[in-house]
Design a protein around this ligand. Structure first.
Ligand SMILES: [Zn+2]
Length: 185
């Protein structure tokens, strides 16, 4: 299990580099990310959160409740949800839905803080699985939100940087406390 960097750590602000070849090192990083994410009860974990400057993310997005019909699922959810937990190498978003929705998010790097983030409701994802299989699909639901949150991490962006002024004001004190705790450690 890797140490998860928290708010105030410079590692969370770096832009991660694309992977040229998926080798043993990347596959080891993939299993470390999955193990650390599962033990921390996370829905996702990016390599930058464990101090690795590489474009790799782990996801463990739960399947929607039975009340939601199968027809409401996006092609990406139908393909990827049964494979969870998964690792995506070089994930990128080729297109965003013009429609946005606001939903509460949290982050293993910003422990104990939750706030509503407005994001496009669906995205067209392109990535590779660690075995080299290419993935290209339209993703909706929580999967679309998790993909955007994790790719943000690879670009050095935290969800708290996407909050409206009002939501940010509400958590400002707790954020300050987190970064002060970080400085002392
Ligand atoms: Zn996060």
């Amino acid at each position: 299990m890797k140490k998860i960097r928290t708010y105030g750590d410079a590692a969370l602000q770096v832009k991660a580099l694309p992977i040229a070849v998926i080798d043993e090192k990347i596959r080891n990083l993939a299993s470390d990310l999955i193990e650390t994410m599962l033990k921390s009860d996370g829905v996702g974990l990016a390599a930058t959160q464990v101090g690795k400057k590489l474009r790799v993310v782990a996801l463990n997005v739960p399947a929607p409740k039975r009340s939601q019909t199968q027809s409401a699922l996006s092609p990406g959810e139908i393909t990827l949800l049964p494979l969870m937990p998964i690792v995506l190498v070089n994930p990128e978003i080729l297109a965003f839905s013009p429609f946005e929705a606001s939903k509460e998010e949290g982050c293993l790097s910003v422990p104990g803080i939750y706030a509503p983030v407005s994001r496009p409701v669906s995205v067209k994802l392109k990535a590779s699985l660690p075995d080299g299989t290419p993935v290209s699909c339209d993703c909706g639901g929580l999967l679309a939100r998790a993909i955007q949150h994790e790719i943000d991490h690879l670009d050095g962006i935290l969800f708290v940087q996407r909050l409206g002024m009002e939501s940010l004001a509400k958590i400002q004190d707790r954020l300050k406390a987190l970064s002060e705790k970080k400085e002392k450690s």
